[in-house]
Design a binder for this molecule. Structure first.
Ligand code: AMP
Ligand code: ZN
Length: 110
């Protein structure tokens, strides 16, 4: 847990949020300012500041995030219509919350 990290506070339930999925490695909740009808954040429990900071030892976490995202896409009914999976990296890449998270974005009208 990193102090003053919003996503650590959400993970530790210091800030209320509805988890659509949770397991030992990650939690999933809705983006508060969605860019599309489906916009979820897949967030590891481990605090890692940015994708620039991931280490070899984090590779199981990163692959787990993608597998959970695939599962959530199906659960949200966007697996066949299609979706985006994306990490924003550092300020120039659009990162605003410095605790890594995988965006799952989809559900646009056909
Ligand atoms: P990024 O720009 O990649 O760091 O993404 C951060 C995302 O977190 C943005 O899409 C925000 O809308 C979202 N966000 C910020 N605060 C909250 C919150 N309290 N609950 C859910 N999503 C949030
Ligand atoms: Zn954090």
């Amino acid at each position: 847990m990193s102090e003053n990290c919003l996503f650590c506070k959400i993970i530790h339930k210091e800030i209320p949020s509805e988890f659509l999925h949770e397991d030992d490695i990650c939690v999933v909740f809705r983006d508060i300012n969605p860019e599309a009808p489906v916009h979820l954040l897949v967030v590891p429990r481990k605090h890692v500041r940015s994708m620039n900071d991931i280490q070899k030892e984090d590779r199981d976490i990163i692959s787990h995030l993608f597998l959970v995202a695939k599962h959530m896409a199906k659960e949200q009914g966007v697996n066949e219509s299609g979706y985006k999976l994306l990490f924003n990296v550092e300020k120039g890449g659009g990162q605003m919350i410095f605790h890594i998270h995988l965006h799952l974005i989809g559900g646009w009208k056909k």
